[in-house]
Ligand binder design. Structure first.
Ligand code: PHE
Length: 443
């Protein structure tokens, strides 16, 4: 237990946890889910979910992880022996697999676009380009493999050296680039309409599933509800202020999602791209068109897709890490072998996701293709369900004394919103998740 790897300091933790949180969820998934659910009103719902549920659950996860100094499964066994809470950890491991199956497919797409951007072959009809690419048989899968192989490489090197050092540089660079792209997008002729779409809430545009989608998106984009932040919490030093760390990550993540929307929607409006039906291809169809209209477009396109790819990698790494730490600590498998084994299984499931968008469109369940099904089950069901149990656990099962001690880092830092935190984690989070579930499925 004493030789667990740990993050070196405050910036290291923030960079690594933000690296997990900020990824395809904010830049690829947010704009298209927001587009399907009417724009501004969805953005508002998303922010409400982040504040009321996201922040408290993230804090709870950090607290549990740091207190137990263990993986998500063992953490519950240590803190509450002989109780079935460890099943939260088991569910998180299942969620890692389902998320990674489609996440690695999209990660592979980013590599294809890096190659295209850097070789200046990104021009033409972008709708068609994307559709023929994902419908093709082997290229998406080959790139999916490459994406997973790189993630394996980083995870094998280890937490501190691998994860921390790669995210420290990336995160600030990503912010900067997004801001540059916002400026370009907003100054395109016809961009105004897109900006109105995302900033002006029109509640009539929300559909029956929008609240569930907003909640799922909030959990997904913060990497919470599946033990990822429990695992990262266990690498945080005892003296660090968890509340501060969680706040920075939540604010940064939300900011990136909003920035991404301010890039995508105005650009889509200017280029006449349908955002409501854009689906998973939205970012890949919209942005190349925008880059074409930019001075130095090839340079910016290359930079953007490289950063998107790295942002995806730092999140994929955290997904892998959850399962790998479990295999190393519980099943006593060597780290290298564990990583290879887990990634291979994820790849096999991921192939099905890729094929369901390509040559095997009939690969579907309940009328939904496999890719969308994995996405839906992971983000809209597993993560909020995990969040529900984590909140119930911390609010009702874990002794308050332990929580307070952890959140104040043993009494060394002040945690003034303790009352609000308890109110949210005990009542608001579980009840809200239940209501959203019931309203989402009771139709
Ligand atoms: N939060 C990541 C993203 O936005 C995805 C993720 C979800 C990573 C859950 C880890 C756990 O891309």
């Amino acid at each position: 237990m004493t030789n667990r790897d740990s993050f070196s300091g405050r910036f290291g933790i923030i960079a690594a946890a933000a690296g997990s949180a900020i990824g395809l969820g904010n830049i690829w998934r947010f704009p298209y889910v927001c587009g399907q659910n009417g724009g501004g009103a969805f953005l508002l719902l998303y922010i409400v979910c982040i504040v009321l549920m996201g922040l408290p659950v993230m804090l709870a996860e950090f607290g549990i992880g740091r207190k137990a100094q263990s993986n998500a499964y063992r953490a519950f066994k240590i803190l509450s022996p002989q109780k079935p809470w460890y099943l939260i950890g088991v569910m998180g491991i299942v969620a890692s697999f389902t998320i990674m199956s489609f996440y690695s497919a999209v990660g592979g797409w980013t590599i294809e676009y890096v190659v295209r951007a850097t070789t200046n072959t990104l021009s033409g009809n972008h709708d068609e380009m994307f559709d023929t690419f994902i419908a093709g048989s082997y290229r998406p899968i080959a790139y999916q493999f490459v994406f997973l192989a790189i993630s394996v490489g980083v995870v094998v090197i280890g937490v501190r050296k691998g994860i921390e050092s790669s995210t420290k540089v990336l995160m600030p660079a990503l912010f900067l680039l997004l801001i540059i792209l916002c400026v370009r997008s907003l100054t395109l002729p016809g961009a105004r309409e897109g900006l109105i779409f995302v900033l002006k809430p029109e509640f009539s545009k929300l559909t029956g599933n929008s609240i569930l989608a907003a909640m799922g998106q909030a959990f997904f984009s913060l990497s919470i509800g599946m033990g990822c932040m429990i695992t990262y919490g266990s690498y945080i030093k005892r003296t660090e202020d968890l509340n501060y760390t969680a706040n920075v990550i939540v604010i940064a993540g939300t900011f990136v999602a909003i920035l991404a929307s301010i890039v995508i929607f105005p650009a889509a409006a200017a280029l006449n791209i349908e955002v409501e039906s854009g689906g998973p291809g939205l970012v890949f169809k919209t942005l190349p068109g925008m880059f074409e209209q930019m001075k130095g477009g090839v340079f910016f396109a290359s930079l953007f897709f490289i950063l998107l790819c790295i942002a995806a990698l730092t999140s994929a790494i955290s997904l892998l890490e959850v399962v790998v730490t479990f295999c190393v600590e519980e099943l006593k498998i060597h780290r290298g072998w564990a990583t290879a084994l887990v990634a291979t299984s994820m790849f096999l499931l991921g192939i099905l996701c890729s094929l369901s968008l390509g040559i095997m469109p009939h690969l579907s369940l309940f009328g939904v293709n496999f890719f969308n099904l994995m996405d839906f089950i992971s983000a809209d069901i597993f993560l909020p369900l995990g969040g529900f149990f984590i909140a119930v656990y911390m609010g009702w099962a874990l002794k308050k004394r332990i929580t307070v001690k952890e959140l104040t880092s043993g009494g060394t830092v002040a945690f003034s919103p303790l009352r609000i935190f308890y109110f949210l984690i005990k009542y608001i989070v579980p009840v809200a998740i239940l209501i959203v579930f019931i309203s989402g499925f009771w139709k």
